[in-house]
Design a protein around this ligand. Structure first.
Ligand code: SF4
Length: 231
């Protein structure tokens, strides 16, 4: 990504125009990772409604997602008539892990939880990002514990690519308003108190006043809650 593109994306907040500009001007493979959360649905709409074919949309199916998430996925493909590439866990690694540790080992220790996240998410993500130059994400500062360290465009040393976070400075209200106004399909769990929606056994709705991270791996020490997707 050259300096002109970085400057443009960092200074502008027009999501439709910015993604179109990126799709038409950036060199190399561009991907967008969706987990079908409301922020991701907004970006998916911006890509699919403008038919930005140079941006590949992909998802990681951990095998433990909510039925509501699969329903959102299905509805999205039907509505936009566009393809979403799916990466699954390596079958041998997963079969061995479940054989050795059982079906729900993540409740037993942080190490086992991280092993499950590694097999179901981190390793498939590594495959999804192979040869990618620009990775678009739905990260928002309100959801990030290290929000002050994030930029709209940032170099990702671990994956050796540029990460573009177009919704970084959007508020929850702005996201909801945009999604409602544009009739974008979204996960029904958001209406039941779920903020960030991951795997079913590891995500719960938030109670009033709770930090968003309280809804993930709530049985663990707060300082150990990360899955390795966004270093
Ligand atoms: S969030 Fe839970 S079920 Fe999903 S990969 Fe991580 S530990 Fe496994």
């Amino acid at each position: 990504m050259n300096d002109d593109i970085i400057k443009r994306l960092t200074e502008s907040t027009d999501i439709l125009a910015d993604l179109k500009y990126l799709a038409e001007n950036a060199q190399g493979k561009i991907v967008f990772s969706t987990s079908f959360g409301i922020e991701d649905q907004l970006i998916t709409d911006a890509i699919f409604s403008q038919k930005l074919d140079t941006i590949e949309v992909f998802t990681l199916d951990t095998g433990r997602l909510f039925q509501e998430t699969y329903a959102t996925w299905d509805k999205t493909v039907l509505q936009y008539q566009q393809k979403i590439k799916t990466f699954y866990p390596n079958n041998e690694d997963l079969e061995d892990f479940i054989y050795e540790k059982g079906i729900n080992p993540f409740y037993e220790s942080v190490e086992l939880r991280k092993s499950c996240c590694h097999i179901r998410k981190v390793e498939p993500l590594k495959r999804a990002l192979k040869d990618v130059k620009i990775w678009i994400t739905g990260l928002r500062a309100e959801h990030s514990p290290n929000r002050n360290e994030l930029d709209v465009v940032q170099w990702d040393e671990q994956n050796q690519l540029y990460k573009y976070n177009p919704l970084l400075h959007w508020t929850t209200e702005e996201v909801k308003e945009y999604v409602t106004k544009n009739a974008i399909p979204y996960n029904a769990l958001h209406d039941q108190g779920f903020v960030s929606i991951g795997c079913a056994p590891c995500t719960r709705a938030l109670k009033p006043g709770e930090d968003f991270r309280a809804g993930r791996w709530w049985w663990e020490d707060a300082t150990k809650k990360e899955c390795g997707l966004h270093a």
